[in-house]
Design a protein. Structure first.
Length: 146
């Protein structure tokens, strides 16, 4: 299986959440930081619009022993960008760009566990391609406007 990657996504090994997050998957699922949570049974994805929000979420996970990176490689979680895929070397996950519903006009980025053969894409509840960032990606720079 695979999870949708939009904007900036934090992708976590599902086994890590079950083993280390206080209360396991049930607690994690009950209190997501936003409405972008989706999981395929192997990976869990939460999406964000800003790097600062990603950093805050990763720091919160670190409190529970869920580690981002070590020696330049992803450990328990990895950050993926909708346009460029994984931001760090990761031997347990891969990002791929593919067609949704075999439609050449519906292209999405997805992340799956390395070696997974199941091709189903899991998206957040209520997600719809036509109103998604995948359909109409835009980048807004922050900073001073002239």
């Amino acid at each position: 299986m695979a999870v949708l990657i939009e904007a900036i996504s934090v992708v976590i090994k599902a086994t890590t959440v079950v083993e280390r997050y206080p209360g396991g998957w049930e607690a994690f699922e009950a209190d997501p930081p936003n409405r972008t949570l989706c999981a395929d049974g192997e990976l869990i994805r939460v999406g964000f619009m800003t790097p600062d929000d990603v950093r805050a979420f990763v720091d919160t996970l670190a409190i529970h022993g869920i580690k981002y990176k070590e020696d330049g490689k992803a450990v328990d979680l990895v950050v993926a960008d909708q346009q460029s895929g994984l931001l760090f070397s990761c031997d347990w996950a891969e990002c791929v760009r593919g067609r949704l519903e075999r439609d050449n006009h519906k292209i999405v980025m997805a992340c799956h566990l390395t070696g997974s053969k199941i091709e189903e894409l899991v998206t957040p509840d209520g997600w719809d391609y036509d109103s998604s960032l995948s359909a109409e990606f835009g980048f807004v720079e922050t900073g001073r406007v002239s």
